[in-house]
Design a protein around this ligand. Structure first.
Ligand code: NAD
Length: 264
């Protein structure tokens, strides 16, 4: 299916690896021009070169990269200095660390809220009016299944992302909607990335179970029987960015292999 977004410009954050890279790959396959962001310059440049070789060289699209911390004002300024107008924005940054809420002080909470709530809001603020003026825009926020079904050791994530979810529910239904701008959240369940490796390691340290046992048990609890892949996640992201998804806004789209047990 042609998603009708060839030649559009996308900003994809947290895109040197994992779910962000999966989204960048799926958009690149559609001929979307990319500006990808992550903190580590070396890995990011390598990802940009791979995206060019695998997709952009064939579609004629551009792939730019900007090694910055997207959660800082300076980082966002550097990104928007490279390019101001985007048709598609995928917001994403590393998730907060797991732990016990008794150990989190104000600084830990501010960091989590900054990264997983205020940064996406700043990115939305910086881009949606331009999208509305041009009559097309797609914002996809990578959040977490923890918004629907909280995970005890990920309290910082549960809390900060719920704030973003509430904000998005309102802004997606604002006057932007009639101007072709959709804003949706994409909620990963368990995907096989470095992030899941870190949370499994933390669970192992807390419970004494081996990493292998935890991975096996976690995958057995998912109806599909395995972790998801970044490529699968990216495909859903690309669909949300498509022309075809123009009537979907303000939604929380769960991609979790059936793990969430509710009817809705
Ligand atoms: P990952 O650790 O594999 O990749 C994160 C990417 O974001 C990397 O490219 C990293 O360089 C970049 N990044 C991190 N902090 C950044 C910052 N401040 N500025 C710019 N770039 C930054 O993680 P992932 O598994 O791809 O997860 C992506 C998001 O989805 C995270 O917020 C994570 O908490 C969330 N999530 C992941 C899962 C999962 O199963 N993998 C489940 C639920 C939620």
């Amino acid at each position: 299916m042609d998603l009708g977004i060839k030649g559009k410009w996308a900003l994809v954050c947290g895109a040197s690896k994992g779910l962000g890279l999966g989204c960048a790959q799926a958009l690149a396959a559609e001929g979307v021009n990319l500006l990808i962001v992550a903190r580590g310059a070396e890995a990011l440049e390598q990802s940009a070169m791979n995206l060019r070789a695998a997709y952009a060289d064939k579609t004629g699209a551009e792939v730019l990269f900007c090694a910055q911390d997207i959660t800082t004002v300076a980082g966002r300024e550097a990104v928007f200095a490279m390019r101001a107008d985007f048709d598609i924005v995928v917001t994403n940054a590393g998730g907060p660390p797991p732990g016990d809420f008794r150990d989190w002080d104000r600084e830990a909470w501010i960091k989590a809220v900054d990264a997983n709530m205020l940064t996406p809001i700043e990115l939305i603020k910086a881009t949606v009016d331009g999208m509305a003026a041009r009559g097309f825009g797609r914002i996809v926020n990578i959040t977490s299944s923890a918004v629907k079904s909280p995970i005890d050791i990920l309290g910082l994530s549960n809390g900060a992302r719920s704030g973003l979810t509430g904000f998005v529910a309102g802004v997606a239904r604002s006057s932007l909607a009639a101007k072709g701008v959709t804003i949706n959240n994409l909620l990963p369940g368990k995907f096989d990335t470095d992030r899941i490796a870190a949370t499994v390691k933390a669970t192992s340290a807390k419970t004494g179970q081996s990493v292998e046992d935890i991975r096996r048990l976690q995958q057995a609890q998912i109806p599909v029987g395995r972790y998801g892949t970044p490529a699968e996640f990216g495909q859903v992201c690309a669909f949300l960015c498509s022309q075809q998804a123009g009537y979907m806004t303000g939604q929380n789209v769960l991609v979790d292999g059936g793990a969430f047990g509710g009817t809705f």
